[in-house]
Design a protein. Structure first.
Length: 291
């Protein structure tokens, strides 16, 4: 365990709030997974799983409030993203449960994580969390899905994301990053601040799992009946993945989950709800954790 080096693009306030970050490493099948940890190791743990083309920084506005509320906060860079290795043969979310299970066991055996664990997954990380706990029910006591795809519900218009890797200048790439953030991640243009742009640009540049396709299937819908832990959900009111279909989504999750918890819609927010409406998200999340 070492002190983590925080990225330069964090705001001054965030650098101060997250200054106690620890860097932890776990290993499975020759691949290293890098975790960031905050709070005392004996506390009940919250494991936050980031979205596709992301890293632990998807949660920058949520970590300190959770730590300050008494939780041990553990945030991995999922395999193939951020500082973590891309395991051999790993092409989509279904390869991640073994690495997450092994990593959690290693952290618990080394005294870095208590037995009481809540798993929270954003978007791609929600799919990873659901598959993980379907295979290893003993690893956590609850699952919270945040903007998770994989429910087999589509919207009429395809989200108009644009490619950027072929563009010759950082300025041209920034234009596309701004477009993509507003097309998928955020609802309010004011939410696209310098921090959102900087962390997104840093994260997508380190995405080494670009051809994943399971988010367009019903993999989460198929998995919900298998889960033996309570499942709750938090979605932004204007989540681009479910535009106009949130009531359907809520009904489907409540019907398909073997053990249903809570549903929270965060008003005015888009897909990246925990960033765009952090205060409301954190309040909803702490409500779920309090049960």
């Amino acid at each position: 365990m070492n002190a983590a080096v925080l990225p330069d693009f964090l705001t001054r306030d965030l650098r101060q709030a997250l200054a106690d970050a620890q860097r932890l490493e776990t290993h499975w099948q020759g691949a290293r997974m890098v975790w960031h940890g905050w709070g005392a190791a004996h506390r009940p743990s919250v494991v936050l799983l980031h979205g596709g083309s992301g890293s632990w920084t998807h949660w920058v506005h949520n970590i300190a409030p959770l730590r300050d509320a008494g939780w041990r906060v553990l945030v991995p860079d999922l395999p193939g993203f951020g500082d973590s290795d891309l395991p051999s043969g790993c092409t989509d979310v279904d390869a991640l449960p073994a690495h997450l299970h092994a990593g959690l066991q290693q952290l618990q055996q080394s005294g870095q994580c208590a037995d009481e664990v809540s798993v929270v997954g954003f978007s791609f990380g929600g799919m990873a969390g659901a598959l993980w706990l379907a295979e290893h029910a003993q690893d956590a006591q609850r699952l919270v899905l945040v903007g998770a795809p994989g429910m087999g519900l589509t919207v009429p218009e395809r989200i108009p994301l644009k490619g950027w890797r072929h563009l010759p200048t950082p300025e041209a790439q920034e234009v596309v990053h701004r477009h993509n953030l507003m097309a998928l991640m955020l609802q309010n243009p004011n939410s696209l601040d310098d921090l959102a742009l900087s962390l997104h640009a840093a994260n997508v540049a380190r995405d080494r799992m670009p051809r994943r396709r399971m988010s367009s299937t019903d993999i989460v819908a198929q998995t919900l009946p298998q889960l033996q832990v309570p499942v709750s959900a938090i979605y932004g009111e204007h989540d681009a993945l479910y535009k106009g279909r949130l009531p359907e989504l809520q009904a489907a999750m409540q019907r398909q989950a073997a053990h249903w918890g809570q549903w929270h819609t965060v008003a005015g927010a888009g897909h990246w709800v925990q960033y765009e409406a952090a205060q409301a998200f954190n309040a909803a999340f702490l409500d779920i954790l309090a049960v």
